[in-house]
Design a protein around this ligand. Structure first.
Ligand code: PSU
Ligand code: MN
Length: 312
């Protein structure tokens, strides 16, 4: 059989970078990172700079980073620097939610994975911890649009710990918390009993459970594993108050963004990137600064949790 033919029939649509595979095989800590935030959530060229810095933050806290994206007909768990650069720079990268994953792989398109798709790919290869900025959730006006992020449904089924700063503040936070309860997703406030508000430290909503250390998170994850509790854990990690966006600026820009999205008829998967872009344009770089700080802080905490989990 010619070598290239054998490559085709034995090739897997899920490829793990050797450094990540080695860490998983040895039970060393690994942190998954999503790529939609790189392709659709942050403006160029800062997106590549931030993507590299986030991987560096994971390493500095003792874990191996595994950014996840789709390229060349495969989901790639762990990207080399050239691939990370490609995902950050190309104009034709598709935003890939869990339901799109198979289609984008089969068509050989370049794709950036959302929280939903990243959680799935990470869980498939045995990664337990994942860091991002803010989860998707229930959109304002969902009563009419039925727009609820597939992130919530994915977290109901994937056994992953997601470290985030709550859900994006462009969403309906109380409705999202209600849906997370219905879907049996565990929500833990890290160092707080308030649910964070992404760009803001406090969304105005409370959380039922507060944790104060990576070990505490690890003990909860172990108890859930032993009980066979399905689905994921959200570790809600707020940006410190002195680093948050000015709440008045936040509310003004958000109101304007929602009005613009409505006027322009922005719908479906374009809504989140549109509103994030509006923030980046309208706050003179402030939202980018805050967004970067959020992701770096979450990556560091996720690594600490991965270390605590692997030190069983
Ligand atoms: N958080 C950010 N920036 C982002 C996103 C989250 O700080 O760009 C992305 C994530 O990939 C998340 C997605 O899964 O937005 C949610 O999109 P939607 O609302 O269309 O489900
Ligand atoms: Mn949506």
């Amino acid at each position: 059989m010619p070598g290239h033919y054998r490559d085709v029939v034995t090739s897997s649509p899920l490829v793990v970078l050797p450094e990540v595979a080695a860490a998983l095989a040895d039970d060393r800590p690994v942190v998954a990172l999503e790529s939609t935030i790189v392709s659709h959530g942050l403006p160029r060229p800062e997106n590549l700079r931030v993507a590299r810095a986030v991987e560096q933050a994971v390493r500095a806290h003792g874990a191996v980073p595994a950014t996840i994206a789709v390229l060349g007909g495969a989901v790639r768990v762990g990207l080399d620097d050239a691939t990370l650069e490609e995902i950050a720079a190309r104009d034709d990268v598709v935003k890939v939610s869990l339901r799109d994953l198979g289609t984008v792989v089969a068509r050989g398109l370049p794709g950036a994975t959302t929280v939903a798709a990243t959680s799935h790919a990470a869980s498939r290869v045995g990664i337990r911890v994942f860091a991002t900025g803010g989860l998707g959730g229930v959109h304002r006006e969902a009563r009419d649009s039925w727009d609820e992020s597939a992130d919530l449904a994915a977290l109901a089924q994937e056994p992953i710990v997601v470290v985030c700063s709550g859900v994006k503040s462009i969403l309906d936070v109380p409705a999202t918390l209600e849906r997370l309860e219905t879907l049996n997703v565990t929500v833990l406030g890290y160092g707080t009993d308030r649910f964070p508000g992404f760009y803001l430290s406090d969304s105005g909503a409370a959380v039922d459970w507060r944790v104060d250390s990576p070990d505490e998170v690890a003990s909860i994850v172990r108890a859930r594993d032993a009980l066979g509790t399905p689905g994921g854990v959200v570790v809600a990690h707020p940006i410190p108050v002195d680093g948050q966006m000015d709440p008045d600026l936040h509310d003004r820009v958000l109101e304007e963004g929602l009005r613009l999205a409505h006027q322009k008829g922005v719908q479906g998967k374009a809504v989140t990137p549109f509103l994030l872009d509006h923030f980046h344009r309208s706050t003179g770089g402030r939202s980018l600064e805050v967004n970067t700080a959020i992701i770096l802080g979450n990556a560091a905490l996720a690594a600490d949790i991965a270390v605590a989990l692997s030190a069983a």
